[in-house]
Each structure stands twice: as structure tokens, then as C-alpha cells.
Design a protein around this ligand. Structure first.
Ligand code: FAD
Length: 707
């Protein structure tokens, strides 16, 4: 064994699936020194998860690769519900509903396989980590965060005495570099029809976890295997899937029920006379089970088919997975979809999946080691949630860790990861529990058939479920970064995350200043215009995920003298030497690198200029002059209509209001437009004063202007 140099990193990520890649992506944006390792030899190329919810697309867009998914994916617009006709018993389309609830997002649900999504992440991580200089000098290829495939963590140590020391590396992990043979998962022998097809069984929860075997194998093959090294880390993320090694090291458990149905998943180009094969369909047969049809990119269609019930851990007979083949799956589909015919020549991928709804009992160890994705929640795949919620876990965590590593915010903010995401995981499992049972049941034969599922109930549940499934309904509870009322109960350690009581009261009562917005939810998007060049932008397009907090000042009618006076007074406070815009920003960094000030007024665009705004709203830079991209207006555009942002947010166009947004676009606080004092108090709750940290220095370069 050739020991390599020990290395110290800020963040070590174990697992390069969707959750791990999302975390690495954040680190690459924020310039944090990071390593990401995965025991597998390669990324995945096809199959696995496919559905992207509209909230996930908003997130991708905030990372500037949403368009890639939007263009390549198949868009799902309608869901058709097929059941046996009550009179004839023959399968018939009973109803249609929109796939995404109209108006909830500027995106709609799409499908694209996980391999492509991982590709978008890898490209983005490469580009950004070099640009921001994560692992080397900015701009130098050596700075890249590269996914290290075929690398297996084998030991984990944690020094609790260092847990609260911001600068310490309390985590020690030994990494073993595997041989190619070790890092290549064995493929299940497939039948003639599926020969040579990559199956998902090795990552399925029906396969026995192979991590310990691989550790043993790598020990015995140590000479052959390249090398081992010891890495010390400040923070670590276990994004290593349902069998999570990191979770096992921490002694955490997945709690819940793993006794349920087994589903087969088949990605094929179907040959069929079924008329709705290019729609998302829920098909319930009279007595042969149900199929979910998901139309996909490249003429593919995914079929989710219930194969059987099982009782793997409940003492029942263990399910023999060798009996599942592509043929058994399509044969089930053929029975369920009768009298329609369905077959295929081309099989792209297949797997078998056991539904079990489980949630991790803890998501964090001393706010140093975190778990995300399948490592802390597993559930059925049909509602297309797994990959989305997994990525959204890491989306919630990434900026928080980056803010803390960079010394901008207090470590205690990291408690909100568990308080926010464990509740979502629990909600997800409850949703999935209800949905799976509805989906797996047989249709009621008549109104008195109590054992069957009545299709109206199914449709209602489906429609309600769609709001949850879109990801838009997420509503984070009260905390130091979500100023609203709430006890914090059932959200982990409520008392420690709650934050300033008075501020929450102010924000609660101020919610009426924007009565269509809710503190704790993500900021919805409507079109507004850039004041300087009249270009329309969706508000969310201005909220790029780069780790920056935002104060959005809805300045109201700035042509009105009294409102203009309020704006000027706010400008003076924001511009003052002791403004939070300055004390939160480290010396030498750009004025908008920690908190960005954006504004949107409601006066006529053509009667206003950026110079009606105090200088702090359009900062000056000695090298490139005024910043023209901060002041916006809610007005008619030439080509894209009127976004009616004030009306859609429920904001009074005369008085306006101010809104603080977290780096992940969730609303932290709403208040009077000029309530500088509350904003300052809000930031004092968790931001570190950079003057005391690095000495008082003037940091904002907007004090000089031409002439
Ligand atoms: P994973 O995607 O599981 O990624 C974990 C990564 O960690 C893997 O790359 C793995 O190699 C690596 N790893 C594991 N252990 C170690 C270790 N000890 N050391 C280093 N690396 C390690 N969701 C849907 O929405 N729709 C679907 O149709 C669907 N189908 C699925 C089919 C299968 C077979 C499986 C397993 C899952 C499916 N899912 C589906 C769920 C979805 O894929 C997951 O929810 C999602 O991938 C979770 O992302 P993750 O990053 O948390 O974990």
C-alpha cells in the first residue's frame, strides 16, 4: 500500500449521486475546498430516476443549467386516469387532469434520466470550481472539484472536542482507492430479451448492500488496489444512498416500514395500440394490478408495474429477485393493459424496486456530518420524488455550509438543516404512504365495494398530491433564518433554531404587506423590467444560486415625494459605515458578494431613471462604473406583456415593502419598505460581524462617483 499525502479539506462528500453532486455544485459556486468520492467506477449512464419537478427546474435554472434539462427532456402536460368501465368492465379513460397545476411555476414537470442530470452537474462543477478556485488558484485547472470514482471510505473518526471550533478539522476518514474490478458493480444476468442491458439492480434496495464486502475485498486486495490516504475534513456529507455507510458510522437508523409492494420498472420503446402512451397515465385494471406510464425522451416510455406484495422483514418469505426479468415485467403490463397490446423491441434499462417508507432518525451529527437523500429517506418511485427531494436536501444544506466555512454566518445556523429537511422527509413519507396504497389498490367495483379504491378519491388525492409533488408547497418552519411565528415543535431542536421573537412578530404582521407571499416558502416568480434597459426578467432569474443573501426592496411609487423620502432615508442607512451591507461583507470583497440589494418600483418606467434611486441601490465601481442590474420596475414590456408583480405578490404599489431572501430563494422576512432596524436585527441573529473578525475596514467601493 502506498500511503498518499494526508489532505485537509473543508468539505468531504461521500457519494456522487444526485444529492452528492448538488452539494459539490454548491461548493463549486461558493469556492469551497471540497472532495467528492464514490465507490463506483463510473457515473450512471441511463435508467434510475427520471422525473424533474418544477421546483427542481427552478433550482437548476438558478445554477444556469435549467435550460439544458428543459430542452432535452420530455415535457409531461396531462395525466390520464384509466380504469375498468363500470358498465362493461373494459379498460377506459375515466378522466384527464393537468400534470402540473397551472400557474404554480414558470416550469412544468419533465422527465429525463438521471445519467443526463448527473452530466449537467459534472459540467457545472468543473466550470465553476475552476472559476472560483475551490481546490487551487482561481482559473487554474488544478482548482477543479473532480468526482473521484472507485474510492471507498473505510474508517471514520470524529474528535468531539473540536466540534465547536470553527477552524478545526474534527473528521478523519481513511479512503481506499479501489481497483477497476472492485469498483465495477456486477450486472445481474439478463434474459435473452434484456441481454447486455444495464440493469439497476445493483443500486436497487432489493440487492444486498455490498459496502462491507467491498471493504473486506479491498483489504485483501490491498496490494493490488492503488493506495490509501487519510483525509481530514471540517464538514462531511453522507450522500451515499439507501445503504449509507456514513449513516452506519454515525449509528443512525432509518425508521419506518419496509414491508410493501415490489414494483418493476422498464424503460422501453413501446410497440402498442394504447392511445395515451405519450401521456402520463395511471392505469388500474380490475384485478391484475396497476401500471404507471411515464412518457420519456427519445421515444422511450417508462412503465412502473406492481409485481407482487412482499414481507421481506416481517418474517414472511423472502422475495426471490432472480425471478424478476424484463419478460416478467412486460407480461404483467400486458395483463393490466388488456385489451390493449404492448410489447417492445428496444429495452433501455430496467429494475425492480421495493416500496418501503423510511426516514432517518437524525440528519446531522454535531452539525459537522450530515446525511442527505436516500441515506435518510426512502419511498416509492412512482411520484417521481426520490431524486428531487434528495437534490433539494443538499440544495438546502450547501449554501449553509459554504456560508459557515467562509466565516460569514454562525455555526448554529446549520441546525436548521435538520429542522427543515427532516420535516420534509416525514411529509414525503406520509404522502407516499397514502399515495402508494391508493395506487396499489384495485378499483372499487361499485359504491358498496369498500375494499376497492373509488376513482373519485384517487383523482382527488392525485390532484392534491400534485401540489406536494411539485416541490412548491415546501414551507420551512420558524427559525433564526425564517422570521415567522411557530414553536419549532416536531422540527428537531426547535428552541435552538428559533431566533428573535420580536422579529418574528414584526414579520408575521408584515406578511399583509405582501399578502400573497408566505414567509418560509420560496419566492414565486413574475416578470419585471430592468429600469436601465427595459429588458424583461423573471424575478427568479435575478436570484442566482451563488451563496448570496438578498434584500429585495419593493420601493413602491418612487415618483411620489413622500415615498421617495422613505426610500432616500433607507438608502442613507444602507449606505452608512455601520450598515449590515458593510459589516456582513469581509474586507476587500465586492459590495454584493454576501448580501445583494435589489429593488423593484411601481412608478412608470419611462418617467423614472436609476438616478432616482440612492446610490447604494446602483453601486459604483471604479473600474466599470454604475451597476445597472439592480433597479427594476413593474411595468408593461414591449414584447412580453405586464408581469403585474405587485398585484401577484399582493404588495401595495404605493408603499411597497422589503423582503429578505435566503440564498436558496426562500423568504426569510417581510417588513415595511424602510424598516432598516428590523433587517439589521435579523442579520445580527446569525451573521458574523466581519469588522470584529478581520478588523474594521471600509469594504464597499461605491463611495466615489464621476464628476
Ligand atoms: P444515490 O443516487 O443512491 O447515490 C448514492 C451514491 O453513493 C452512488 O453513486 C453510490 O455508488 C455511492 N455510494 C454508496 N455507498 C458508498 C460508499 N460506501 N462509499 C462511496 N460511495 C458510495 N427515483 C425516482 O424519482 N424515480 C425513479 O424511477 C427511481 N427509480 C429508482 C430505481 C432504483 C434502482 C433506485 C436505487 C432508485 C430509484 N429512484 C427513483 C430513486 C432515486 O434514484 C434516488 O432517490 C436518488 O438517486 C437518490 O439520490 P442520492 O444521491 O441520495 O443517492
Amino acid at each position: 500500500v502506498q500511503p498518499l499525502d494526508n489532505s485537509n479539506v473543508d468539505v468531504l462528500i461521500v457519494g456522487a449521486g444526485p444529492a452528492g453532486l448538488m452539494m459539490a455544485n454548491w461548493m463549486s459556486r461558493c469556492g469551497v475546498k471540497t472532495r467528492i468520492v464514490d465507490k463506483r467506477g463510473t457515473k450512471i449512464f441511463n435508467g434510475q430516476a427520471d422525473g424533474l419537478q418544477c421546483r427542481t427546474l427552478e433550482i437548476f435554472d438558478s445554477f444556469s443549467f435549467g435550460h439544458r434539462a428543459w430542452i432535452e427532456s420530455n415535457h409531461m402536460l396531462e395525466i390520464c386516469l384509466w380504469n375498468p368501465d363500470p358498465e362493461t368492465g373494459v379498460l377506459a379513460r375515466g378522466d384527464r387532469i393537468p400534470d402540473t397545476i397551472p400557474g404554480i411555476s414558470r416550469f412544468q414537470q419533465v422527465v429525463l434520466h438521471q445519467g443526463r442530470i448527473e452530466r449537467f452537474f459534472l459540467d457545472a462543477i468543473k466550470e465553476n470550481s475552476v472559476r472560483t478556485g475551490c481546490n487551487g488558484p482561481a482559473g487554474d485547472p488544478s482548482a477543479e472539484i473532480k468526482v473521484e470514482h472507485g474510492v471507498l471510505p473505510t474508517t471514520f473518526k470524529f474528535d468531539e472536542s473540536l466540534a465547536e471550533d470553527d477552524e478545526a478539522y474534527p473528521i478523519t476518514v481513511e479512503l481506499r482507492h479501489l481497483t477497476e474490478e472492485e469498483a465495477t458493480p456486477p450486472q445481474k444476468a439478463t434474459s435473452a430479451n434484456g441481454q447486455g442491458i444495464q440493469d439497476g439492480i445493483f443500486r436497487s434496495n432489493l440487492s444486498v448492500d455490498d459496502t462491507m464486502d467491498m471493504i473486506r475485498l479491498s483489504n485483501t486486495l490491498a496490494d493490488k488496489a492503488g493506495s490509501i490516504e487519510t483525509v481530514k475534513a471540517k464538514y462531511m456529507l453522507g450522500a451515499d444512498g439507501a445503504h449509507s455507510w456514513v449513516r452506519q458510522q454515525l449509528g443512525f437508523k432509518l425508521e419506518g416500514d419496509s414491508t410493501d409492494y415490489i414494483w418493476g420498472v422498464l424503460d422501453v420503446i413501446p410497440i402498442t395500440d394504447f392511445p395515451d402512451i405519450r401521456m402520463r397515465c395511471a392505469i388500474h385494471s380490475e384485478s391484475s394490478g396497476s401500471v404507471m406510464v411515464i412518457p420519456r425522451e427519445n421515444k422511450l416510455v417508462r412503465l412502473y408495474i406492481q409485481l407482487t406484495t412482499t414481507n421481506v422483514e416481517g418474517g414472511g418469505k423472502k422475495f426471490d429477485r432472480s425471478t424478476i426479468t424484463p419478460e416478467t415485467i412486460i407480461a404483467s403490463a400486458q395483463r393490466i393493459m388488456r385489451p390493449y397490446k404492448i410489447d417492445y423491441h428496444y429495452l433501455d434499462w430496467w429494475t425492480a424496486y421495493q416500496i418501503g417508507q423510511r426516514v432517518g432518525n437524525s440528519f446531522s451529527w454535531h452539525e459537522r456530518v450530515f446525511l442527505a437523500g436516500d441515506a435518510v429517506h426512502t419511498h416509492s418511485p412512482k411520484a417521481g420524488q426520490g431524486m428531487n427531494v434528495s437534490m433539494q436536501d443538499a440544495y438546502n444544506l450547501g449554501w449553509k455550509v459554504a456560508n459557515v466555512v467562509k466565516g460569514l454566518t454562525k455555526r448554529s445556523m446549520l441546525k436548521t438543516y435538520q429542522s427543515e429537511r427532516r420535516k420534509i422527509a416525514q411529509d414525503l413519507i406520509d404522502f407516499d404512504h397514502r399515495f402508494s396504497r391508493l395506487f396499489s389498490g384495485r378499483p372499487a367495483k361499485s359504491v358498496i365495494d369498500e375494499a376497492g379504491i373509488d376513482m373519485k378519491t384517487f383523482k382527488d388525492a392525485f390532484e392534491k398530491g400534485n401540489m406536494f409533488a411539485s416541490g412548491i408547497a415546501v414551507d420551512y418552519g420558524a427559525s433564526m433564518i425564517v422570521a415567522k411565528s411557530g414553536s419549532g415543535k416536531d422540527q428537531g431542536d426547535g428552541t435552538e433554531v428559533l431566533g428573535d421573537e420580536n422579529l418574528r412578530v414584526i414579520s408575521d404582521s408584515a406578511e399583509k404587506l405582501a399578502n400573497k407571499l408566505e414567509v418560509g416558502k420560496r419566492m414565486p416568480s413574475f416578470k419585471i423590467l430592468n429600469q436601465a434597459d427595459a429588458r424583461p426578467w423573471h424575478l427568479q432569474e435575478l436570484l442566482k444560486s451563488n451563496g448570496t443573501w438578498r434584500v429585495v426592496v419593493f420601493a413602491g411609487n418612487v415618483r411620489d415625494p413622500s415615498q421617495k423620502k422613505r426610500l432616500d432615508t433607507l438608502g442613507e442607512k444602507l449606505e452608512a459605515a455601520d450598515s449590515f451591507l458593510k459589516w456582513c461583507t469581509p474586507a476587500g470583497q465586492k459590495y454584493d458578494s454576501v448580501i445583494e440589494l435589489l429593488s423593484c418600483h411601481s412608478a412608470p418606467r419611462q418617467e423614472t431613471t436609476i438616478f432616482d434611486f440612492p446610490e447604494v441601490f446602483r453601486p459604483w465601481d471604479d473600474n466599470d462604473g454604475w451597476d445597472y442590474w439592480k433597479v427594476h420596475v413593474d411595468d408593461q414590456s414591449y414584447h412580453e406583456g405586464h408581469g403585474q408583480a405587485y398585484q401577484n405578490y399582493g404588495i401595495d404599489p404605493q408603499r411597497g415593502c422589503s423582503i429578505i431572501l435566503r440564498p436558496d430563494q426562500y423568504i426569510s422576512w417581510i417588513g415595511e419598505m424602510d424598516d432598516y432596524e428590523s433587517m439589521d436585527r435579523f442579520f445580527k441573529g446569525f451573521m458574523i460581524d466581519q469588522r470584529t473578525r478581520q478588523g474594521a475596514k471600509e469594504v464597499v467601493a461605491n463611495s466615489k462617483k464621476p464628476g
